[in-house]
Design a protein around this ligand. Structure first.
Ligand code: GLC
Length: 769
């Protein structure tokens, strides 16, 4: 095949290339995004990418010696006669190079007889992943200096090099450890730094797939899949930030949340077993003077775990309860699972049966498996009619006063063995099976729920989902599922949240305190500290473990917990600003240092620090018993948030961190909005704001809108420019006035002074006295 001739056509940014036996299609979507497609006659619709992503782009296609060369401003692709493909950046630096050798699966030195013996003691014997196991594989060369990021919620460390992962959504109640190859989400988006040069690849195939990132061999990495077309996107960009922005351009950014969603939320499996318990929790938050925006209602509020019902024995009047709680500043987020109880007298089951809305076995009968309600049927969410039906029923919860919906168990999880891959489902307008639809089951459920809430309320929907696929970030916040109250899970929060952020999931969080197992006072304290900048801030745990509300371990823990919740509320306007930027550029709020400093090799494997936007660096304590730690500060100058001490970066410092201390550093020259530490965000005055300068001079752009609906998309928002110059002069400008209410007073805390500005309606400027 190597000597056959290449022929090609080039029309409308699509280049079809052929040799004697194979063909490849390259689509130039933008100067930094090229789709690589090899048709295997499988479904071509994408769940991750919506709408036309082509932008008019200048490019050239030239026959150049032994290869075809396709060049845009940011990328150069060379296609050889055997259809091997190499990708370079604009400076001819190699980024993604097809591997020319053959794979050499790891020899595990074990025969079938010994495998049995090893298994007999209960050990897992992993399958050898040989080329024959996969339907296709894409093997790329690996440089000595190459790191990998992304892949969503996978366990382990920030840099994914040296590990293997699977893309197959599943429920995983066992303690999540670094040898697990998959959890609840499939986000086949891989980002790399090859010799310091950034690139990305997004493999848009929902079938079960596998990444080996230099585990099998130091010389190559590969992606393989059990079915589907070869369909991946090469992502370029001058910086790692550009590459991430290109990925989120393709799959969508996380929309701006409502402001209250950034506040503190409390949850527990079991609270909603009685109205009295829920009220007791809310009472305690008031008694202990703690912020609280929402309580999540787990499965217990339902009638026999039937979705879209409310147990009237436990709740006399759910609507009244929710409205009373709302008057106290607290919202309720009830859970929904996909499993619909098999019960002929239950309207949701009846409707699903009548309309053919449930997944089926190969014999055409409704597929039944057991989940919380017992025997259950599973909505066929790949069918748009089913999504509409589900969306319509969300009204039931909204009418009762729900402020959002939590969608769970949507891998889909089942109790009587895994759902077989041949279960019949719909892929939009075509018959399909779980084999293709498993990884987008949660995505479609979250999307349906989002539409239901949006249509009914017109507000920015609050959906929280466990299962997801690339692109789900457009519809839902996520949490990392059933973690445990163990230190290694607090440690994992940082790389996991960082990689989720790089994979488009900016609105994410962990179960604070840990879901399963008994937390300890120290672990809970360090968790709330470490997670205090986590976009989703929710304490949640399972039934039957020891309580983990802020007050259960006495005054010491309670006071620290409260102190950090207050800190969170000071930072909410900053987090909201970060989201307003993220909604446009797709760069995560919670991010690893490598995103901001990709040129610094010291941050490429940094697992225990993170940044919030560009200005805030957080170095939590994630080890039991530790009261100080080494903190790496990258280039520039940094100011300790609490002591005001300034450090020159590019160095490690030893930070003191007694139980009540969290090392936080602000980049010198930052101006940050400083919100009011209220117990419900709606209590913060809407017409005033404070800004704090860190250092002697700086500037900042602050965003303001109504915090609730979509009017900002039509320009109903304000932008403020705050600037402190070298001579200490401070100036505030309203550079965009699209949202009517503005801050009447603005305080600026700078250089030891507190400056007060008021808005002068005649000159339409901010003036100081
Ligand atoms: C699953 C969820 C967990 C929830 C439980 C009961 O385990 O991950 O958050 O509490 O189901 O609904």
């Amino acid at each position: 095949m190597a000597n056959t001739k290449l022929t090609f056509s080039n029309e409308n940014q699509i280049i079809n290339i052929k040799n004697a036996t194979e063909s490849l299609q390259l689509s130039i979507l933008t100067d930094s995004i090229i789709r690589v497609f090899e048709n295997h006659k499988k479904a071509t619709n994408s769940y991750a990418i919506e709408g036309n992503k082509f932008k008019p782009t200048d490019y050239s296609v030239e026959q150049n010696g032994n290869h075809l060369e396709i060049t845009t401003t940011n990328l150069k692709l060379k296609v050889y006669k055997n259809l091997m493909l190499d990708v370079y950046d604009a400076n001819d630096q190699p980024l993604i190079m097809d591997y020319r050798g053959t794979r050499q699966p790891i020899d595990k030195h074990i025969d079938e007889a010994h495998k049995k013996i090893v298994r007999a003691e209960g050990h897992e014997v992993s399958a050898v992943n040989s080329a024959e196991d996969s339907y296709y594989e894409i093997v790329k060369t690996l440089a000595d200096d190459e790191q990998f990021y992304g892949l969503g919620d996978k366990t382990g460390y920030l840099n994914k090099r040296g590990y293997e992962y699977d893309n197959w959504n599943m429920d995983e109640p066992r303690p999540h450890i670094e040898t697990f190859t998959h959890l609840y989400k499939s986000i086949p988006a891989l980002f790399g730094l090859k010799n310091g040069h950034p690139y990305g690849m997004f493999f848009d195939n929902t079938y079960r797939s596998h990444f080996d990132l230099g585990k099998e061999n130091q010389g190559y990495y590969f992606y393989s899949a059990v079915d589907g077309n070869i369909d991946y996107y090469v992502l370029g960009g001058k910086t790692l930030k550009d590459v991430i922005s290109n990925y989120t351009y393709l799959t969508g950014t996380t929309p701006l949340p409502q402001r209250w969603m950034l506040g503190y939320q409390q949850s527990r499996w079991g609270y909603s077993m009685s109205q009295a318990k829920v009220e007791e929790i809310v009472d305690k938050f008031e008694e202990y003077d703690l912020p609280l925006e929402a309580v999540h209602f787990d499965i217990d509020y339902m009638d026999g775990y039937r979705v879209f019902t409310w147990d009237k024995n436990k709740y006399k009047n759910p609507k009244k309860l929710l409205s009373d709680l709302r008057k106290r500043g607290v919202r309720v987020i009830p859970i929904l699972d996909p499993g619909v109880k098999q019960d002929d007298n239950y309207n949701i089951y009846q409707e699903g049966v009548k309309n053919g809305y449930f997944a089926k076995g190969t014999d055409g009968s409704i597929y039944i498996n057991r989940v919380w309600p017992g025997k259950s049927a599973f909505p066929d969410f790949g069918n748009p009619d089913v999504r509409q039906w589900w969306a319509k029923h969300c009204k039931f919860l909204l009418d009762n006063g729900a402020a959002g919906i939590w969608t769970d168990m949507n891998e889909p999880a089942t109790f009587d063995g895994d759902m077989p891959e041949d279960v019949v489902m719909t892929d939009e307008d075509k018959p399909s099976s779980l084999k293709r639809m498993n990884n987008v089951y949660g995505h479609n459920m979250a999307k349906a729920t989002f539409e239901g809430i949006k249509n009914e309320t017109g507000k920015r929907p609050y959906v929280i989902t466990r299962a997801a696929y690339s692109g789900t970030q457009k519809y839902s916040t996520i949490w990392t599922g059933d973690n445990q109250s163990i230190w290694s899970h607090l440690q994992m929060m940082i790389p996991q949240m960082s990689n989720l952020g790089l994979s488009g999931f900016s609105f994410a969080g962990t179960d604070i305190g840990g879901f399963s197992a008994d937390t300890t006072p120290e672990l809970l304290t360090r968790w709330i500290e470490g997670a205090i900048f986590s976009p989703l801030l929710r304490n949640h745990c399972v039934l039957q473990v020891r309580d983990q509300e802020p007050w259960v371990f006495g005054d010491k823990v309670l006071n620290i917990y409260r102190k950090f919740l207050r800190l969170r509320y000071h930072f909410i306007p900053y987090l909201y600003d970060c989201f307003s930027l993220e909604a446009k550029n797709g760069l995560p709020v919670f991010r690893p240092l490598v995103l901001n400093y990709p040129g610094d090799p010291k941050v490429r494997n940094l697992n225990d620090e993170y940044m919030v936007g560009n200005q805030v660096l957080v170095a939590p304590i994630v080890q039991q018993g530790q009261t100080n730690r080494s903190v790496y500060l990258p280039e520039g100058s940094w100011i300790d948030l609490f002591t005001g001490v300034q450090y020159t970066g590019n160095t490690n410092i030893l930070a003191n961190a007694q139980l009540d201390q969290l090392p936080v550093f602000i980049k010198t020259g930052s101006i940050l909005p400083w919100g009011k530490a209220v117990n419900h965000l709606e209590d913060a005055p809407a017409d005033e704001m404070t800004f704090r300068l860190f250092g002697a001079r700086g500037s900042y752009v602050h965003y303001q809108d109504n915090g609730e609906d979509f009017k900002y998309q039509d320009g109903e928002y304000n932008l403020y420019n705050i600037k402190v110059s070298d001579n200490g002069h401070c100036c505030i400008e309203l550079t965009k006035h699209g949202y009517k209410p503005i801050y009447r007073t603005i305080h600026v805390e700078a250089n030891g002074k507190n400056l007060l500005f008021t808005y002068d309606d005649t000159t339409k400027t901010y003036v100081t006295k």
